[in-house]
Design a binder for this molecule. Structure first.
Ligand code: UFG
Length: 336
């Protein structure tokens, strides 16, 4: 299938691009490099031997998107592009709503016009808000605690309504848990702007000597060791879930939601200790107050994806820790 990847140069998009090529698909990337680098295209070519066509456009721009759809005959769209910093979304909510909602509407309009009917959306476990219980099952109540999360949930609603109104449309909503790790070649990985917000890139930058020590946000949660528990998933496993999702989308109509996680939760201290053990490094850390908006525990019931998509995570925490450090240690300044 010829597949449009919006945000295809980003962390998850770039790994998905490689897995699509490995599976015999033809990805095309649309990216404005707002939070990614053109160098990613070279790295994808190194790994796969394929130069992926690139449209350097903003997917909120209907004219550019229309011109791209006019030129390419897409079979499917995977929509990764979006602003994703939780804290920034609280400070700049209108920017988040404008960008993250407009892009989906623009793509749906182009798809309707050009007869493209398969849509896979990058949603997030954040749509479960403060969970009543874990593991999280797809049918559980949703609700968000910040504008970023609301853009994910609103996009889910928009896509569900669009698929209900247009019988040609097939929508797959993938609710990602916490992607970490990197391509095993060490040529693709996560390259956050500025000081990382997320746990693993923070740990790897401490390991690289770029940051002094990790702050562990809270040790008084009702968890095994008091630190927050999350469902960390290797980005290559997550990428492979997209390959399954486009195949699935192409066989049916309507909307389906899948949790994409491992089903296992690890605490912050378990991650830090695994990282130190696997890579034989020391990560200095100190306990800090809880981070506003954080929840105690979040992990998936991943059985629906296993049963219906035939997908399950194959890599374990040691793989994630090893590959995250392999990427960081070989690319001290990311793609720059
Ligand atoms: N943490 C620290 N120190 C840090 C960073 C994080 O202790 O420097 C802790 C957090 O408190 C949390 C855990 O590590 O307990 C994971 O935090 P991340 O920021 O890595 O990830 P989150 O679970 O907060 O958020 C991620 C994505 C969101 C997404 C959400 C879905 O960043 O985009 O998962 O649940 F919405």
């Amino acid at each position: 299938m010829k597949v449009l990847l919006t945000g295809g140069a980003g962390f998850i998009g770039s790994h998905t691009c490689v897995e699509l090529i490995n599976a015999g698909h033809e990805p095309v990337i649309a990216d404005n490099f707002d939070n990614s680098c053109p160098e990613v295209l070279n790295r994808i070519e190194e790994i796969t031997g394929r130069r992926v066509p690139l449209y350097e456009i903003d997917v909120c721009d209907g004219e550019s998107v229309g011109a791209m759809f006019e030129k390419e005959s897409f079979d499917a769209v995977i929509h990764f592009a979006g602003l994703k910093a939780v804290g920034e979304s609280c400070a700049l909510p209108l920017r988040y709503y404008r960008n993250n909602i407009d892009s989906t509407l623009t793509l749906l309009e182009a798809m309707a016009k050009y007869g493209v009917s398969n849509f896979v959306f990058s949603s997030s476990a954040t749509v479960y808000g403060v969970p009543e219980k874990v593991p999280l099952v797809e049918g559980m109540p949703t609700g968000c605690t910040n504008p970023y999360g609301w853009t994910k949930l609103m996009n889910e609603q928009i896509l569900t309504d669009a698929a209900a109104a247009d019988e040609r449309l097939s929508v797959v909503l993938l609710r990602y848990f916490n992607p970490i790790g990197a391509h095993e070649s060490g040529r693709l990985g996560e390259d956050p702007n500025g000081i990382p917000n997320n746990l693993m890139p923070y740990i790897t930058q401490v390991a690289a000597g770029k940051l002094e020590k990790l702050g562990v946000f809270g040790d008084d949660y009702p968890t095994r060791d008091g630190t927050g528990v999350r469902d960390y998933i290797h980005v290559v496993d997550l990428a492979k879930a997209h390959v399954k999702a486009i195949d699935y989308a192409a066989t049916r109509k309507g909307t389906e939601i899948f949790n994409i996680g491992t089903g296992t939760g690890y605490s912050v201290l378990e991650i830090v200790n695994a990282f130190m053990r696997v890579n034989d490094l020391t990560i200095p850390y100190e306990i800090k107050p809880r981070r506003a908006g954080d929840i105690a525990e979040c992990y998936a019931d991943a059985s629906k994806a296993r049963e219906i998509l035939g997908w399950q995570a194959e890599k374990d925490l040691d793989d994630m820790c090893r590959d995250s450090w392999n990427w960081q240690s070989k690319n001290k300044n990311g793609y720059k």
